[in-house]
Design a protein around this ligand. Structure first.
Ligand SMILES: *Cc1c(COP(=O)(O)O)cnc(C)c1O
Length: 532
């Protein structure tokens, strides 16, 4: 190894370092290298990784790489993470394109006009997939790429709010108390959107037997301050599609001037291929905006999402910024400014590489795998809460049969599976606000692209094993087990520096969202939904 000190005259170099740096001993640079012959032979291997204060000194890149990689090995295995909808597999060619795009800031349209154009191509294809009424073959649809459905939903909600406010102002009416109607089982980003933008949340609650929005009840909540209704195509909890058509028809029949935003985060890339006859999109006149997560069944690594509108009319001009940036005027409609271009390129790759037939083949296979899994779980005496046959998302939501008097619950099974590496979350459904309404515990397996039938079989074997272990325990053993689960969850949280109370695992809080074992980010709030 050639040391800096060997090729440069020390005195010269020290001079050129400038004021304040004259006393830097250039010899130190070289000396340190001597320790770095091997990662685990270096003094770095004997120390804690820095956690609070940025270290004063550099460390060699191969050591930093190896130590961080080792640290990350305590994360779960993405392919065994059945808690998440988010893509864990892409083809090598897609990865190559995405790596090439790492240095590109997507917002620099002037410098990277092709990336910008590729975004527009994706928007056009997705809007047409959702049957947007774009009349000319080559006209652009209204929409934008985002970091995920959360940002997409925030933009959709903002557009509804601003449009409602403009209407109220024109009528000389107050516009300071907007509200939005949604299922109490919405994904947490809806609560965020409402709270961040000062919109009152009006909930339709689930019941012990209904986990989707009740259209009649939703309509009955509408008042003059309602900016819109959210309908979910694939709820987070059971993967069911809410009845958008019914909502639409009621609004049309009763001539109510309120529109629907469809949260198709998960279902947007499934329903058009598996269940093309289902009317949930812009074919329904009251549906004015739709979001979809590119990083869920859009088959792209996180994070990319999309929001598209029926017509530019539904996006108030005040939300669109024309910025003169680096030499060109450009329209901007996003919450954040800079972002990577990779995910957008990855989305375009998937859309044109797979085409509709590719997506159809994948989504049909996933649906079949989910159906197979559901059938086996039913034989094992579980109650299935999700819908098969393509009527909902390719996932299986299931619970123990309360009539069977099990001494353990879904959280115990979830933990047992984790010991084999599987991450299958247990959580509670936000059921009715009626006094005494017991939260329903359930578990969910999301069938993603890389979850083949073979993997499904392996999972079933391990579920049988887990049940065998738990069935063999008496009450005392199960109490001990429960304590062990709590302690190991606590230990994991300690690793992440996360200090949440463990018993929240067992007790639904507030609106009833309990976390399962997945909510480990130090930033997650009380009601953050660990299933994402
Ligand atoms: C995942 C999900 C979201 C949030 O989407 P992100 O892309 O993770 O921001 C919103 N709504 C539903 C129904 C979801 O499943």
């Amino acid at each position: 190894m050639v040391h800096v000190s060997q090729v440069v005259n020390d005195a010269d170099l020290n001079k050129s370092l400038g004021p304040g740096l004259e006393n830097l001993n250039i010899e130190d640079f070289g000396k340190k290298d001597e320790y770095h012959t091997s990662v685990y032979g270096s003094h770095y291997a004997t120390r804690e990784l820095p956690r609070f204060e940025m270290p004063e000194e550099e460390m060699p890149r191969e050591i930093a790489y190896r130590l961080i990689k080792d640290d990350l090995s305590l994360d779960g295995t993405p392919t065994l993470n059945l808690a998440s909808f988010v893509t864990t597999y892409m083809e090598d060619e897609a990865e190559k394109l995405m790596i090439d795009a790492f240095p590109k800031n997507f917002i620099d349209y002037e410098e990277y006009p092709m990336s910008a154009q590729i975004q527009n191509r994706c928007v056009n294809m997705i809007a047409r997939l959702f049957n947007a009424p774009v009349h000319e073959e080559e006209s652009n649809a209204m929409g934008v790429s985002t970091v995920g459905s959360s940002e997409a939903i925030m933009l959709g909600v903002l557009a509804m709010k601003k449009r409602w406010q403009a209407k109220r102002r024109a009528e000389g009416k107050p516009c300071d108390k907007p509200n939005i109607i949604m299922n109490a089982a919405v994904q947490v980003c809806w609560e965020k959107a409402a709270r961040y933008f000062d919109i009152e949340e009006k909930y339709v609650f689930c019941t012990a037997t209904r986990y989707v929005i009740d259209p009649e009840e939703a309509i009955s909540l509408i008042d003059e301050n309602t900016i819109g209704i959210c309908a979910i195509l694939g709820t987070t909890y059971t993967g069911e599609y809410e009845d958008v058509k019914k909502l639409n028809d009621l609004l049309v029949e009763r001539n109510i001037d309120v529109n629907i935003h469809v949260d198709a985060a998960s279902g947007g890339f499934v329903a058009p291929f598996v269940n093309p006859g289902l009317q949930w999109d812009f074919r329904l006149p009251k549906v004015t905006s739709i979001n979809v997560s590119g990083h869920k069944y859009g088959l792209v690594y996180p994070g990319v999402g999309w929001v598209v509108w029926r017509d530019p009319e539904y996006v108030p001009k005040e939300l669109i910024f024309t910025i003169n940036y680096l030499g060109a005027d450009q329209a901007s409609l996003t919450l954040n400014f800079s972002r990577g271009a990779s995910q957008i390129i990855g989305q375009y790759y998937q859309l044109i590489r797979l085409g509709k037939s590719g997506y159809r083949a994948i989504m049909s296979n996933l649906t079949r795998t989910a159906d197979f899994l559901a059938a086996v779980l039913e034989k094992l005496d579980f109650i299935i809460l999700s819908q098969g046959g393509g009527k909902g998302l390719p996932l299986v939501a299931f619970r123990l049969d309360p009539a069977k008097g099990h001494l353990y619950d879904e959280f115990a099974i979830s933990h047992q599976l984790r010991e084999r590496g599987w991450q299958v979350p247990a959580y509670t459904l936000p059921v009715a606000k009626e006094p005494g309404a017991k939260p329903i515990k359930l578990m969910r397996v999301v069938v993603r692209e890389d979850f083949s039938a073979a993997r499904g079989r392996a999972l079933i074997e391990d579920i049988k094993l887990a049940l065998g272990v738990l069935n063999a325990m008496d009450q005392k053993k199960l109490d001990e087990h429960r304590e062990h689960v709590q302690r190991s969850v606590l230990a994991r949280w300690k690793t992440t520096g996360h200090r949440r109370r463990v018993d929240e695992h067992y007790v639904g809080k507030g609106k009833g969202v309990s976390q399962g074992e997945q909510a480990e980010s130090p930033l997650v709030g009380e009601k953050t939904n660990g299933v994402c």
